[in-house]
Ligand binder design. Structure first.
Ligand code: G3H
Ligand code: ZN
Length: 283
């Protein structure tokens, strides 16, 4: 069933595991992620960036596709459809009106006062409809769709203010993670993570989940991280397998013959992540 993130993340915080947000790009991506979550009996968050939503036709198409798959695949685990890095109130509203059960308003590229103001407006609209809200403070490095930036650590006081003044359900404090592959090992601010957890008492989100070693994932979870976002790792797994199949069968043209193996690669990658995050059998 489609639900907001609120319950899943509060349970994850209490149970010391994390729920994965896996970004979707198309039908096969969605099948792979839903199938993996169902097999693992894990709650799951389908992340949809504005660019990916555009690629798939729009927010309404995304919701109908997910609803259709949840029905046809007989999915029983909790599923959230979450706008990833929403850029404005209007975009969040559009997603909510189309049936998204959760949104992220990413005001992190604005001054904190503006970030708080736009986040507050989104929370008011979202909560009236039972939709959960994630906000971001500081800057995740690397590139995600239209959003590009360098790393800037979240400030503790800004984290406290945004939580107090807006009533968000979950907070993504940028603490050294990047979107896309890491150059070497990530250098996450665990001390800051702990301070923020103690001050805001909300489940925290870790963006840039691709390439974070298991020991850092476990440490993050022990310090209050209850949601971990993964996108690039599935893209790499898909592209690798599709390339291999096409190289081995240069005359292939039925798309199903090379997309299905790519879909299976995504599913196996997601199953691996779910196990690392400890959310198996938590549905
Ligand atoms: O919001 C999406 C994630 O932060 C994805 O990061 O592509 O590095 O896994 P990633
Ligand atoms: Zn992100």
């Amino acid at each position: 069933p489609l639900v907001s993130m609120t319950d899943m993340l509060n349970k994850a915080l209490e149970g010391k595991y994390a729920v994965g947000q896996f970004n979707i790009n198309n039908l096969e991506w969605t099948q792979a992620i839903l199938g993996a979550a169902e097999e693992e009996k894990s709650p799951v968050i389908l992340g949809v960036s504005e660019g990916a939503a555009r690629h798939m036709g729009g927010f309404y198409t995304v919701v109908k596709m997910v609803e259709g798959l949840v029905h046809d695949m007989k999915i029983t685990v909790p599923v959230a459809i979450h706008l990833d890095h929403g850029s404005s109130f209007d975009k969040c509203k559009e997603a909510i009106d189309a049936g998204f059960t959760s949104v992220m308003i990413d005001g992190s590229h604005h001054p904190i006062a503006e970030n708080i103001e736009m986040t507050k407006k989104v929370v008011e609209y979202a909560h009236a409809k039972g939709v959960s809200v994630e906000a971001e403070v500081g800057t995740v490095g690397g590139q995600e769709d239209d959003v590009i930036g360098g790393i800037q650590y979240a400030d503790l006081n800004e984290c406290v203010s945004i939580v107090k003044e807006t009533g968000i359900d979950t907070l993504a404090p940028a603490l050294g993670s990047v979107h896309g592959p890491y150059l070497g090992e990530p250098n996450l601010g665990f001390k800051e993570m702990e301070e923020i957890r103690d001050a805001v008492k909300l489940p925290l989100v870790l963006h840039g989940g691709t390439g974070i070693p298991l020991h850092d994932i476990q440490k993050s979870i022990s310090l209050g991280t209850s949601k971990i976002n993964v996108n690039t790792e599935n893209q790499i797994a898909f592209a690798k397998v599709v390339r291999e199949v096409l190289a081995a069968k240069p005359d292939a043209y039925d798309p199903r013959t090379f997309i299905a193996p790519g879909r299976e690669a995504i599913k196996q990658t997601v199953i691996g992540k779910i196990r690392e995050f400890g959310s198996s059998n938590k549905a």
